[in-house]
Design a protein around this ligand. Sequence first.
Ligand SMILES: NC(=O)c1ccc[n+]([C@@H]2O[C@H](COP(=O)([O-])OP(=O)(O)OC[C@H]3O[C@@H](n4cnc5c(N)ncnc54)[C@H](O)[C@@H]3O)[C@@H](O)[C@H]2O)c1
Length: 254
Amino acid sequence: MFSLINKSVVITGGGSGIGRAISLLFAKQGAEVNILELNETAAQETVDEIRAEGGKANAYACNVTSQEAVKTVFASIGRVDILINNAGIAHVGNLEKTSEEDFDRIYNVNVKGAYNCLYVAVPMMKENKGGVILNMASVASSVGIADRFAYSMSKGAILTMTLSIAKDYIKENIRCNCISPARVHTPFVDGFLAKNYPNNIEEMFEKLSATQPIGRMAKPSEIAFLALYLCSDEAGFVTGSDYPIDGGFIRLNN
Ligand SMILES: NC(=O)c1ccc[n+]([C@@H]2O[C@H](COP(=O)([O-])OP(=O)(O)OC[C@H]3O[C@@H](n4cnc5c(N)ncnc54)[C@H](O)[C@@H]3O)[C@@H](O)[C@H]2O)c1
């Protein structure tokens, strides 16, 4: 069950957090994992860990905001059975605390980065007679979250791009879904706590943990298990869906 033997996977942001956990699990299931990362050192660390356990993986330095860079890397990988658009960045602020520069930065990585990988991977999948795409959305895609104006915009776009791709390529045997986690304890969360709440990191960590009715943040590995199911052949009937994985955040917070 859930074997990925002979599958070529491309994942963005596999050097850290959720992307790293997915890379490790997918390699364990037999996939060859190709990591596109801004942080080449981090990507290489994930690759080294995979290879040390006998798995197959490659690191590619790539800023997903550049379509040229994405094209070049995909050309050298050659075949893509599974694409995971995971790279993403955060911004804390309501509309008035979101400058044009902030807005563009979030848009370029979270929205355009995913578009660039889709733009290059989908024709390759068509040529291979199929493929699977998984996009990393967020509970912010479908719930109003305070002080996440630009981030919510970007994750809303991830959800709707997911539906659009799923609809347009269903006849090409391409499945496309997204995952919407609530808070996951990764460097992404630690980074924004350090940046935005330097004087009360622990208090804010507890506060953020408590916003999940289950009382904690998710572990990256818990997101990876759902990703594995959705990208496996066992999920052959699943497309055009958004999967919350949120400790009750969306439905039980009332
Ligand atoms: N952590 C959470 O609470 C949470 C919740 C919901 C959704 N998400 C989403 O999950 C995804 C992964 O989050 P994470 O918490 O693992 O983050 P993370 O910061 O731990 O890892 C993200 C990785 O993406 C890479 N990256 C950033 N910009 C890039 C670019 N332009 N090109 C290539 N690589 C780039 C970073 O170098 C980093 O290694 C993001 O899309 C995030 O929005 C996270």
